[in-house]
Design a protein around this ligand. Sequence first.
Ligand code: AHG
Ligand code: MN
Ligand code: MN
Length: 322
Amino acid sequence: MQTGITLNGFLTSKTNIELSKVIISLAEGCKQIARLVSNAGLSGVTGTTGTTNVQGETVQKLDDLSNKILMDYLRASETCAGYLSEENEDIVTLNQSGKYTIAVDPLDGSSNIDVAAPIGTIFCINERLSSAGNVTDADFLQQGTAAKAAGYFVYGSSTILVMSTGNGVFGFTLNTDNYEFYLSHSDVTTPASGKIYSINQGNAAKFDDKVAAFLNYCTTVDKETSRPYSLRYIGSMVGDLHRNLLKGGIFIYPANKGETKGKLRLLYECIPMAFVIENAGGTATNGKQRILELQPVELHERTAIFIGSANMVAKAQEFLNN
Ligand code: AHG
Ligand code: MN
Ligand code: MN
């Protein structure tokens, strides 16, 4: 749907100037990333850098480039005080007098880069707690309920920004003729129930019995509740959750047997995605607590996550409570 409403125009009516500047700078950076992603096979940016990041994971060339691009653009915003990234061990001060901080996964699902499958950028913007000067860890270690804006860019067959400032969820599609984002998805709500479950089922041997019991429920035949559900899993949280947001479904990345933490990172993967899904009418939990109410204690901490359509997450919770 071509509404003619640009991202800039939309933000002017929805947010304050300082927050708008952060989001606009981020969107400009993500336009660059979208170009790089589209041309990846031609411009020599596929493959790895040969290094590992703070999480011990292989860094793809595009992970590294995207991180640098976002830092540069967000520095230029003048209102973004600090930057936390999956690709940086430490937080970075960008503007000492800025009011906001941002936590990002510069490129999510990066194992999909070389095969032209959907990938994304995830972000969460908070108001800093410190008054000025260098940002502190505490500025970033805030509960998701305090977020001022959060969302993701999906680089798929279209590039789409999906975000919320706490009052509804809106999608903006990148027009590749003039490279502007236009409002294309107004007031997105996610279906209360769906027919899709998304999990890396290859890890089944590591799942605890309660998760396994819920997966057994998903695959059991029952006409009335449209089961068995369909398994859909790209291996890119952004791609998987974007589909489930629009179609209805549940996305799960559980903790392995005997562990309490999953793989996905709280501050720049789970909180922003939970913020979007909740604002669209869905829910997100780690199995015990609402994701948005978890108190982060470490910059790169991980959590288990069950996120998506409210009725499906509630059903999963029943199995987890047993
Ligand atoms: P990243 O590329 O930022 O490290 O994130 C990958 C994440 C997430 O996007 C995806 O849902 C998950 O890892 C897939 O993990 P598995 O390969 O273990 O299923
Ligand atoms: Mn990721
Ligand atoms: Mn990443």
